[in-house]
Write a protein that binds this ligand. Structure first.
Ligand code: NAI
Ligand SMILES: O=C(O)/C=C/C=C(\O)C(=O)O
Length: 494
């Protein structure tokens, strides 16, 4: 095992290529910042174009080497071992994720890290039990043939990741890609390079053949992201992030007609009917709006409340927002920082825009005053607006911060039209105790996932992805196999 990655506060974060850690060939580095303090905590070695080419070559060689010749059972045993090793090293992953994101430890320890392990274990199970079709086919000479499908790995998969749930969202792609027999080159977000790098140690520890899993660090255009997505030996690209980035990647994928799987942005609506259980709705929506400081693609940024419940809803949601404590690390009510100073500026611009567009700021709206070690962290106040028009910029564009606008409605038809009036279509939530209405409204939502009386309740076997500009394709359970494998038909004349 070759492990050069130290995990002290002055970390040096290296690329992981063909089973070894290495600096970038061009000698370029960039800083790794802890958003909770605003301080530099590490140096990341940026991959050059030649490093990315080496990573792709290593991934391709592994397909034709021991990885490609393993039985499915042998492969899945290794993948299950990866899950076990992540669990064994969960404290290291927790430290790495918290250092990169500043997120509360309870979120990282209950969501990010366990899902990192579960994403490998679940897809090992899915592939182990994966059925394929077969047909008995009559032939013109009165005989018969058997047609049966086989699933083959697609090849080298480029995995381009965001920063909001770095390990979770990376392994959501790496898990099924490897379980299906592919190899991967991962480009983590420049903001959150640590857990992907640490996963290299896990791969080596379990004896994963070199080149199966590679990590290249850098940015998007003119850097590792673009080098990777335009490399001719990358067979398919999976990406989570902003819709505009998805468009740029798709243009690269068009060269060579490569397949893409995209999970993109959202402007997710919540519909709260007057018969909703208000305690449940407030609990669910305060998580949906504020969890991870609103940096969740599935989070709610538009809330439509039936008029009789509107005033009480706004009052209680404001209390829920005020209960969060930005910067109070260790407090159960701790609200983490935004990922970067740039991202905080972007969110603050929307806070200003909301006022320009006539919003009443019910709570929040600015930067909290924090003393001590976290004074320079990228914290922001959780914010609630009323008085915004449905077609205002703030109610149409993805903000990715801890904020939402609340708008009253009068009829079911009106609110379903409002909720669907968006170019996005990732998810929605519906809050009602009327079961018929729950089914009816959920079925009309033009989204990939509609939650009723809950939010972010995930069963990893279900189809997951977005409609409209929120994505292309579905991942999760057997649905992931559609992207990570190529189905071939074999016709055998008897
Ligand atoms: N899960 C989601 O839906 C996420 C949505 N976002 C949204 O995106 C906004 C911007 O955040 P960013 O991190 O800048 O997202 P982004 O979409 O620009 O970056 C995501 C990943 O794509 C890479 N990338 C960027 N441009 C690329 C290119 N041309 N070719 C190949 N790779 C490229 C980045 O280096 C990063 O690894 C956020 O404010 C938020 O609105 C951000 C993160 C996650
Ligand atoms: O649960 C999942 O598999 C994915 C969750 C995705 C997000 O929360 C995100 O991209 O923000």
């Amino acid at each position: 095992m070759n492990s050069n990655m130290s995990r002290s506060v002055t970390d040096t974060i290296l690329n992981f290529i063909a089973g070894s850690y290495r600096e970038g060939g061009d000698g370029k580095t960039f800083v790794n910042v802890n958003p909770a303090t605003g301080r530099e905590i590490g140096t990341v070695h940026e991959a050059s174009e030649a490093d990315v080419a080496d990573a792709v070559a290593a991934a391709k060689a592994a397909l034709n080497g021991p990885w490609g010749s393993m039985t499915t059972a042998e492969r899945l045993k290794l993948i299950s071992a990866v899950a076990t090793e992540i669990e064994r090293r969960s404290d290291d992953f927790l430290e790495a994720e918290v250092a990169d994101t500043g997120k509360p430890r309870h979120i990282a320890s209950h969501i990010d890290i366990p899902r990192g392990a579960a994403n490998f274990r679940m897809f090992a199970d899915v592939v182990a039990t994966m059925p394929t079709e077969s047909f008995n086919t009559p032939t013109p000479d009165g005989g018969q043939a058997i047609n049966y499908a086989v699933r083959k790995p697609k090849g080298v998969i480029a995995v381009i990741c965001p920063w909001n749930f770095p390990l979770l969202l990376m392994t959501w792609k790496v898990g099924p890609a490897l379980a299906c027999g592919n190899t991967v080159v991962v480009k983590p977000s420049e903001e959150t390079p640590r857990t992907a790098t640490l996963l290299g140690e896990v791969m080596n520890a379990v004896g994963m053949p070199e080149g199966v899993f590679n990590v290249v660090h850098g940015f998007g255009a003119g850097s590792a992201g673009e080098y990777l997505t335009s490399h001719k030996d990358v067979d398919a690209i999976t990406f989570t992030g902003e819709t505009g980035t998805g468009q740029a990647i798709m243009q690269k994928a068009a060269v060579g007609v490569r397949d893409v799987s995209f999970e993109l942005g959202g402007k997710n609506a919540a519909i709260v009917f007057a018969d909703a259980d208000l305690d449940k709705a407030i609990e669910g929506l305060s998580r949906s709006v504020f969890l991870n400081t609103g940096q969740v693609c599935l989070g709610t940024e538009r809330v439509y409340v039936e008029r009789p419940l509107y005033d009480e809803f706004v009052r209680r949601m404001a209390r829920a927002a005020e209960a969060f404590r930005p910067g109070a690390i260790g407090d159960p009510a701790y609200l983490g920082p935004l990922i970067s100073a740039e991202h905080r500026d972007k969110v603050l611009n929307y806070y200003a825009k909301a006022i320009e567009e006539g919003a009443t700021v019910v709570v929040g709206g600015g930067i909290p005053k924090i003393d001590g070690e976290h004074a320079d962290g990228f914290y922001i106040e959780p914010t609630l607006w009323t008085g915004l028009a449905h077609d205002s910029t703030v109610m149409r564009e993805e903000i990715f911060g801890p904020c939402c606008g609340v708008i009253p409605f009068d009829t079911e038809d009106e609110v379903t039209a409002l909720a669907n009036d968006t170019a996005y279509g990732l998810c929605a939530t519906v809050w009602t105790e009327n079961v018929s209405r729950a089914h009816r409204v959920a079925a009309t939502m033009r989204v990939g996932v509609c939650w009723v009386n809950c939010w972010f309740l995930r069963d990893l076997r279900t189809a997951f992805g977005g409609s409209g500009q929120s994505g292309i394709g579905r991942e999760g359970g057997v649905h992931s196999l559609e992207f990570y494998t190529e189905t071939a038909n074999i016709c055998l004349k008897l």
